[in-house]
Ligand binder design. Structure first.
Ligand SMILES: Cc1cc2nc3c(=O)[nH]c(=O)nc-3n(C[C@H](O)[C@H](O)[C@H](O)COP(=O)(O)OP(=O)(O)OC[C@H]3O[C@@H](n4cnc5c(N)ncnc54)[C@H](O)[C@@H]3O)c2cc1C
Ligand code: FES
Length: 504
């Protein structure tokens, strides 16, 4: 089994240079995932002016590569709750934006001639629990009232009986790695200035109204900046305090029989999401589940094992070929923050996609392009990134975040392993006590010791070892680091200092 995303990108995608010289542009997009690439492409095509896209690593290798790859306006059971919480007008904006986001993916695939296995298929949100039937009926009514293609069904292609499912027709799934490679090729053709391996450390509006973007070797001065880094970096807009990071596992399997060709998601616990995997013909299947909060210090390997077990007992599996995990952020009211940030009208953001960022993120690109072009956007009010929203829910989330921060910012020495690093077995990582100082140590399978200061460079929370993914993870706002301290996930922008262990 390969421990990498099944969507790892095609090697023939274009590569871009590191930013080495100062630059002045009309629009700078920071973060080259689906949101950043789509926004840069639309902004470039809209003739807004010069556009630069700056990516810390390679384009499309963040959460966009770790997704299930469903492009759908069906986000579990969403619409009855949205109407209840935000009213029918706002719910309609969310529905319309996500339908439009989905169709934008179809249009870009066609217009940019992207070969990404884009396929129309129904999407099902199902329950096996008779007590939940009414909830699904209400979801169908709610979705239909908003003009969405929803019906109730009792049948599915899954190899077990279901009680009922909400079915959305004409939805999409694709190969996200190939889609990202296609967007990268389109950016190259349109002459957008794209820079890879360039981590942005600061984004600030200046007195003269421009936005200054700092990178290790050069600065970019822009008329406006779009922060598309999954969660805005540093403390931009305070989004770190009003979102929560969660991770999920994915696997890709070859079955001994044809896989269900529809997309399906269990609304019962534990959630299981399935879709076809075209690379293995009719017998390929992708399964995602095992959602959990980031950085809690729990050993989450059992969540992957349960996902694998569920797949093996539900389907006749010939081989599980890939396994991976990915991260996304949720907001207190389930709606992403998209638009102008509270800190500046010239700094725009898109975050909090709740693992539905392929449609929401494409919609974000449409909304952000309108804002950059000085146009109104009809869906902006529901996503408004400056909203207070449900004050109670925001207050609870901020309080939860503060509690996690307080728990992790100090008082953790009791959790340090009392023994020295030479007690670490190959493959084991732990917080250890070195002369009274905490050190994050990991002995790799070859026996080499990797040691870092286990304090998050974002805001100082204590990091926890994640044995399932061999990383140092922060429960406060989701930053993650590899055993040598390199950043895997923001909002942190600085790596962890390494610790000299005297060759131990
Ligand atoms: C397991 C899982 C399954 C999912 N399934 C689905 C699904 O089926 N359908 C769906 O719609 N959504 C799904 N999602 C959600 C969706 O994949 C994400 O919401 C979406 O990919 C987010 O795109 P993005 O561009 O915002 O983020 P990313 O793809 O993470 O891109 C952000 C980019 O910013 C870069 N960056 C970060 N910091 C800096 C910096 N300081 N300087 C420069 N660049 C920086 C990163 O390197 C990265 O490339 C899923 C998510 C997960 C985790
Ligand atoms: S991510 Fe904010 S303190 Fe670690």
């Amino acid at each position: 089994m390969r421990h990498q995303s099944v969507w790892a990108p095609a090697e023939d995608r274009p590569a871009f240079p590191t930013l080495q010289q100062d630059l002045e542009v009309d629009v700078a997009v920071v973060g080259g995932g689906l949101v950043g690439m789509t926004t840069a492409l639309l902004a470039q095509s809209a003739g807004i002016g010069t556009v630069a896209l700056i990516e810390a690593g390679r384009l499309g290798r963040g959460t966009t590569e770790k997704t299930t790859g469903k492009v759908t306006s069906q986000h579990g059971l969403t619409y009855a709750q949205l109407i209840d919480r935000h009213g029918p007008e706002a719910a309609r904006m969310y529905a319309d934006a996500n339908q439009a986001g989905m169709e934008l993916v179809a249009a870009l695939t066609r217009d940019c001639r992207i070969d990404c296995d884009l396929t129309r298929a129904p999407s099902l949100a199902y329950t096996r629990d008779p007590a939940r039937r009414r909830e699904l009926e209400e979801e169908v009514d709610a979705a239909r009232s908003l003009g969405l293609p929803a019906t109730l069904t009792e049948t599915s292609a899954l190899p077990f009986d279901i009680e009922a499912a909400v079915r959305f027709d004409h939805q999409l799934h694709l190969h996200p790695g190939r889609y990202a490679a296609g967007l990268a090729a389109a950016l190259l053709r349109t002459g957008t200035g794209v820079f890879e391996n360039t981590r942005v450390s600061e984004i600030d509006e200046q007195r003269d109204g421009t936005v200054l973007i700092r990178t290790p070797q050069a600065t970019v001065r822009a008329g406006a900046a779009v922060v598309a880094t999954l969660l805005p970096i540093n403390t931009i807009g305070g989004y770190f305090a009003k979102t929560r990071p969660t991770r999920s596992f994915g696997l890709a399997a070859r079955l001994r029989h044809p896989a269900p060709q529809e997309m399906a998601l269990s609304v019962d616990s534990p959630g299981r999401s399935t879709r076809p995997w075209a690379d293995r013909g009719p017998r390929g299947l992708v399964v995602v589940g095992g959602g959990h909060e980031t950085g809690t210090g729990q050993d989450t390997r059992h969540l992957f094992e349960e996902l694998e077990q569920w797949t093996r007992t539900t389907f006749d599996v010939e081989e599980i070929e890939y396994r991976w995990s990915g991260q996304d952020y949720t907001t207190p009211d389930q709606v992403p923050y998209i638009g102008r940030s509270p800190m500046s009208d010239r700094i725009l953001v898109a975050t909090g996609f709740r693992k539905w960022g392929l449609s929401n993120g494409s919609a974000a690109a449409l909304i952000l392009t309108d804002l950059l072009a000085g146009r109104d956007n009809a869906w902006l009010p529901v996503f408004d990134a400056t909203r207070i929203g449900d004050a109670k829910a925001v207050a609870k989330l901020v309080k939860d975040n503060l509690k996690v921060g307080a728990d992790l910012a100090g008082g953790h020495l009791a959790r340090l392993l009392p023994h020295h690093s030479h007690h670490l077995e190959p493959g084991q990582g732990a917080l250890i006590d070195v002369d009274g100082d905490p050190v994050g140590a990991y002995r790799d399978p070859d026996g080499t010791l990797h040691a870092v200061t286990p304090t998050c460079t974002h805001m100082g929370c204590r990091l926890a070892w994640n044995p399932a993914e061999t990383s140092w993870d922060c429960a406060c706002h989701g930053s993650r680091f590899d055993p040598d301290g390199r950043i895997l996930n923001g909002p942190a922008v600085e790596p962890l200092p390494t610790v000299d262990t005297d060759g131990d």
